[in-house]
Design a protein around this ligand. Structure first.
Ligand code: GDP
Length: 301
């Protein structure tokens, strides 16, 4: 089920609430059952779904009991709708402000994630995004693991008219990262994006390499790049990356595809880290800024 389907199912559940003549426990339970089923089908972690259900119930009951105007059914419906909306927002909002690049400073952003999740593509998208907003931006390709990674960076960066650095001969990603960042700092670049190598699996060697690159370039923000189709594996994967790379933001890629997307939502809660952008296509401008409230409002149409 893609996110549009989730939106449709949530809306169907909420409109059945509107049709109910009275809002009692039975109606609330039936509504929450529908909402939770829709979230589970989208691959949102089962614990999070259970938490959402009990938080909505607690909030609604507390409000019903404390409201003087108990008789008005429309108020009761609004209370339920608001509680569900707020808890959906909480699912994608860890309440943490992500790092914001500052003009006139070096802002080093390091991208981490498993191979194929869209890291290299997203690095160029990020550089384009910040360049458009007046930041002198560039990319350092420290992915020496995947054959062709540097060529991919070179091609996409050239197309996007973004400066880049990498090497066909140097095999040490830490050395490339350090050299690239030092060169671009000297040249007064403001947003320096470091693309690290991925692997197919979470491996000790990959995490060790990320720690070393992190120590060498001292990123202001590390971003986990997560494929929207990750599903239930999101929790374990994001926790493993958090332990070694301590990322401060998440970008979910391939939101335009048929992915369910709910797994990525679980990564937010598992790591208490905000999503900052959604990748919505293969084109370099297919990057949407992410904010919890507008995202849920749009989902609910
Ligand atoms: P990396 O191995 O993590 O560096 O992944 P790449 O950047 O090479 O991306 C892997 C594939 O995913 C490529 O074919 C990209 O064009 C594609 N891709 C990346 N981001 C998106 C996205 O937001 N939407 C779609 N549809 N494809 C994407």
């Amino acid at each position: 089920m893609v996110l549009a389907d989730l939106g449709r199912k949530l809306n169907a559940a909420l409109s059945s609430l509107n049709r109910a003549p009275v809002v009692d426990d039975k109606v609330l339970d039936a509504l929450l059952k529908e909402v939770c089923a829709a979230l589970l089908e989208t691959d949102v972690n089962v614990k999070l779904v259970q938490q959402l259900r009990s938080k909505v119930k607690t909030k609604v009951k507390a409000t019903f009991e404390s409201t003087a105007d108990k008789a008005k059914e429309t108020n009761r419906k609004q209370v339920v709708q608001k509680a569900i909306f707020d808890e959906l927002v909480n699912l994608v909002d860890p309440g943490v402000e992500p790092y914001k690049p500052k003009k006139g400073h070096f802002n080093v952003i390091m991208a981490v994630g498993l191979q194929g999740n869209g890291k290299t593509t997203t690095c160029t998208k990020l550089a384009v995004h910040y360049q458009k907003r007046g930041f002198k931006s560039c990319i350092v390709c420290a992915d020496t693991f995947r054959a062709g990674a540097f060529d991919q960076t070179r091609q996409s960066a050239t197309k996007a008219k973004v400066a880049y650095f990498g090497s066909y001969t140097e095999t040490d990603p830490v050395a490339i990262a350090a050299q690239g960042v030092a060169k671009f700092k000297k040249e007064k670049f403001e947003v320096i994006i470091v693309d690290t190598s991925g692997r197919h699996k979470q491996e000790g060697e990959l995490f060790e390499e990320m720690v070393q690159i992190g120590n060498a370039v001292k990123p202001d923000m590390t971003v986990l790049i997560l494929d929207a189709s990750i599903g239930q594996a999101a929790e374990a994967q994001s926790r493993a990356f958090k332990e070694s790379a301590d990322f401060g933001a998440i970008i979910v890629t391939k939101m335009d595809g048929h992915a369910k997307g709910g797994g990525a939502i679980s990564a937010v809660a598992a790591t208490q880290t905000p999503i900052i952008f959604l990748g919505t296509g293969e084109h370099l401008t297919d990057l949407d800024r992410f904010s919890p409230q507008p995202f849920i409002s749009k989902l609910l149409g």
